[in-house]
Design a protein around this ligand. Structure first.
Ligand code: FAQ
Length: 318
């Protein structure tokens, strides 16, 4: 039976059956309005994060220490732009326009990941972003490959492949610094000190303070809770820091044999919410840079739409 000819109850039951059977909900399928809204919120925030996330690393393209580093960094940043585009496309299939999403970002209405409001002040920060920020992003996004909404899940499969290259290039930058002169090792340690806690915040508030988690997990959009993902990230990253000979800036970090996981210190949630509200170290700069980039791209959008209109005109005349 087609979705269109079903009663409201049959549509709801069919939707629930897809979720229950680990199937994929596709754009033309009936879905509850709240499911659609949740996806638009999460996917558009995710797209904005990828696009704003190009800015902290972009600062270092002209200052990368070698041609090899510059090529890898350029490729990574272009990948992030591509991720933003796949994600905007996935959100568009839910009936929201790209213009509206971009406008929400540029006017400061839309959220994007807190992590991109921190500055990249040394070359080691580029290593830390790849190692920790992409590392955290992968831990979160592996579960999203199994999200119940088809276009999001498929976008995440491709994105995860690229993110793992990003994580490795970051780790390799940090590795070289950690094995270098004492000054270089100090740069690596300083970057870890500044990026560790904000990276843990990327996973969002604790489960008991996460208003969206329960419903998103019931709909199988999110498959693992914020706290469980954060723990997974910590458990996999501590041995990497040990291998580098660097110290995680958390005096309470300790292996818990019973839990087979690391205990860790209190996250500064006041700092997190402050950054999310727009008061982080770089929020204003990031918005200003996106607004400027959008204004500078006006001629490209004009040219592209003029070309599309001309093409349609010719097709009609033929
Ligand atoms: N920053 O109820 P929850 C990357 C908000 S991509 C800002 O737990 P939810 C690649 C949240 O939106 C990184 N806001 O929410 C890259 C909600 O507010 P709302 C981005 C945050 O959605 C690397 C409120 O707090 N990744 O790094 C943050 O169930 C390098 C309550 O939270 C994604 O977007 C935060 N960190 O769970 C690019 C992954 N955390 O909307 C360039 C997809 C929470 O109700 C360079 N998203 N909030 O007003 C997700 O998995 C989820 O949306 C969470 C949040 C886990 C982020």
């Amino acid at each position: 039976m087609q979705f269109r000819t079903m009663t409201a109850q049959q549509q709801q039951e069919r939707f629930e059956a897809i979720i229950e059977a680990e199937g994929k909900v596709e754009p033309k399928d009936w879905m509850p309005e709240a499911y659609r809204k949740t996806l638009i919120r999460q996917i558009s925030q995710h797209a904005h994060s990828e696009v704003v996330g190009m800015l902290p690393e972009g600062r270092w393209i002209t200052r990368a220490p070698s041609l090899r580093r510059k090529v890898a960094l350029l490729a990574k940043i272009q990948d992030e732009g591509g991720h933003g585009l796949y994600l905007y496309s996935a959100a568009e299939t839910l009936g929201v326009s790209r213009e509206d999403m971009v406008s929400d970002l540029l006017t400061g209405k839309a959220k994007y990941s807190s992590i991109f409001n921190y500055p990249t002040i040394t070359w080691a920060d580029i290593g830390a972003v790849g190692w920790l920020v992409d590392g955290a992003a992968i831990v979160n996004q592996i579960m999203l490959q199994k999200a119940s909404f088809g276009p999001y899940s498929r976008a995440m499969i491709r994105i995860c492949k690229e993110e793992s290259f990003h994580q490795r290039q970051g780790y390799e930058i940090i590795l070289k610094l950690a094995q270098g002169t004492p000054e270089q090792k100090e740069l690596a340690q300083d970057a870890l000190n500044r990026w560790w806690w904000p990276s843990l915040m990327m996973f969002g508030p604790n489960d008991d303070a996460s208003p969206n988690s329960a419903q998103s997990m019931a709909w199988k959009i999110k498959r693992i809770s914020n706290d469980d993902l954060r723990q997974k990230f910590i458990d996999q990253t501590v041995p990497q820091a040990n291998f580098l000979g660097l110290t995680i800036p958390d005096p309470d970090l300790k292996w818990n044999e019973e839990r087979k996981a690391y205990d860790f210190g209190e996250i500064d949630w006041e700092e997190f919410f402050n950054v999310v509200k727009g008061n982080g170290p770089c929020n204003k700069e990031r918005l200003r840079d996106r607004q400027e980039a959008h204004a500078n791209g006006e001629w490209v959008r004009e040219a592209a739409s003029a070309y599309a209109a001309k093409k349609a005109e010719r097709k009609e005349a033929a």
